[in-house]
Design a protein around this ligand. Structure first.
Ligand SMILES: Cc1cc2nc3c(=O)[nH]c(=O)nc-3n(C[C@H](O)[C@H](O)[C@H](O)COP(=O)(O)O)c2cc1C
Length: 337
């Protein structure tokens, strides 16, 4: 079972990759947050690029592109390979209105003729083993996947990651794993299932329902970075390692140290603002006071003091986030499918 970290804009950067490496809990591969590809913009974003050029792990990093102009996508895809990317992933799922309006990201799923052209040109330009697609199952309705998947399959990307929601469903609905099982009947490459995996049980449910070649985990890895090791333990029938709140403190301290060298110039308030982007996911289900005081801290010293006050102890870290928040919702339905 292949495990992947889901790309997340402004979050799954070099600092987070380094932190997973420090904690010794690595997925089998990474995909960068998306590089925006447009005809007039020829330089790859240097902040994102360093996840590839300075990758400290022995795991491959794929570069992800979002765009709709085929020649520009080919241009940037080749540049990614020249810069050491393990391969190129095409984003066909981003629901941001700004992206979709241009028929890029999730917008591609409602302009199938253009999607067909783009996939064809990328496939022609990229060597075997270097092309993957990350898509949703439709723009408005899951049934759209019946028309989408044959077009993707025709262009034989080497790997297909399916975030099993429609674009309209955003991030908070239940997922639809049966459509991933359906994809297997049409597409013969590697399929990676994505959406609402928050622990070993939800991972196991995905495996039972869709039998994918791999699983991709996003938000839950920000809350519980050890989820990759735990899923591996579950698969090999070992006891699942549990963690303490003090382990969470170590994670936060490592992340803070790894963010620092990426901030140029290093401004304390910005540093604290930056780490909060990751930690909104992390503190779900813990003492609400931690969230309250963390949000209000402005200096590194205050921030670390708050973290230490609440986390420097041997209490168990609850693996499951609460289900009723806007950040984690409806994962329980995976267990009923
Ligand atoms: C804050 C945020 C940023 C995201 N940025 C990207 C992105 O750059 N590229 C992409 O393909 N998906 C992006 N996604 C979607 C995730 O990769 C993933 O498909 C989604 O979160 C569902 O997986 P999960 O339930 O494990 O989080 C983003 C999701 C979130 C929450």
């Amino acid at each position: 079972m292949i495990l992947a970290l889901a790309p997340m804009k402004d979050i799954t950067d070099l600092a987070f990759i380094k932190t997973l490496n420090d904690l010794n809990t690595l997925p089998d591969y990474f995909i960068t947050e998306y590089f925006r590809t447009v005809p007039h913009h020829k330089k790859l974003d240097p902040y994102i690029l360093q996840s590839i050029t300075k990758n400290p792990t022995n795991k491959p990093v794929w570069g992800q592109l979002v765009g709709t102009d085929a020649p520009s996508l080919v241009r940037d895809a080749l540049k990614l390979l020249q810069n050491g990317a393990a391969g190129v992933d095409l984003n066909m799922g981003c629901p941001a209105p700004l992206v979709c309006r241009k028929n890029a990201g999730g917008g591609m799923l409602r302009t199938l003729h253009e999607m067909d052209q783009v996939l064809g040109q990328l496939r022609d330009a990229l060597p075997e083993g270097k092309f993957s697609v990350k898509c949703r199952i439709g723009f408005e309705y899951p049934e759209e996947f019946e028309r989408i998947i044959p077009i993707i399959a025709k262009h034989t990307p080497d790997r297909l990651c399916i975030h099993a929601r429609t674009v309209k469903e955003g991030y908070r609905s239940s997922v639809h794993p049966k459509w991933v099982a359906f994809a297997k009947t049409i597409y013969s490459g590697e399929i990676i299932a994505n959406g609402n995996i928050v622990d070993t049980e939800t991972a196991q449910s995905w495996i039972n329902i869709a039998q994918p070649h791999g699983l991709m985990i996003g938000r839950a890895a920000l809350r519980n970075p050890w989820i990759f090791n735990q899923i591996r333990e579950m698969i090999s029938g070992e006891k699942i390692t549990s963690h303490k709140l003090s382990d969470l403190l170590t994670y936060i301290e490592r992340l803070l140290e790894n963010i620092k060298p990426l901030q140029d110039p290093l401004i304390e308030e910005k540093l604290i603002h930056r780490i909060k982007k990751y930690l909104v996911y992390t503190v779900r289900g813990l003492d609400p006071q931690l969230d309250y005081y963390m949000k209000r801290s402005k200096t590194e010293k205050d921030f670390l003091n708050v973290c230490k006050e609440f986390l420097n102890n041997d209490e168990a870290f609850p693996i499951l986030p609460p289900e009723d928040t806007h950040l984690f919702a409806h994962f329980g339905s995976l267990l009923c499918d």
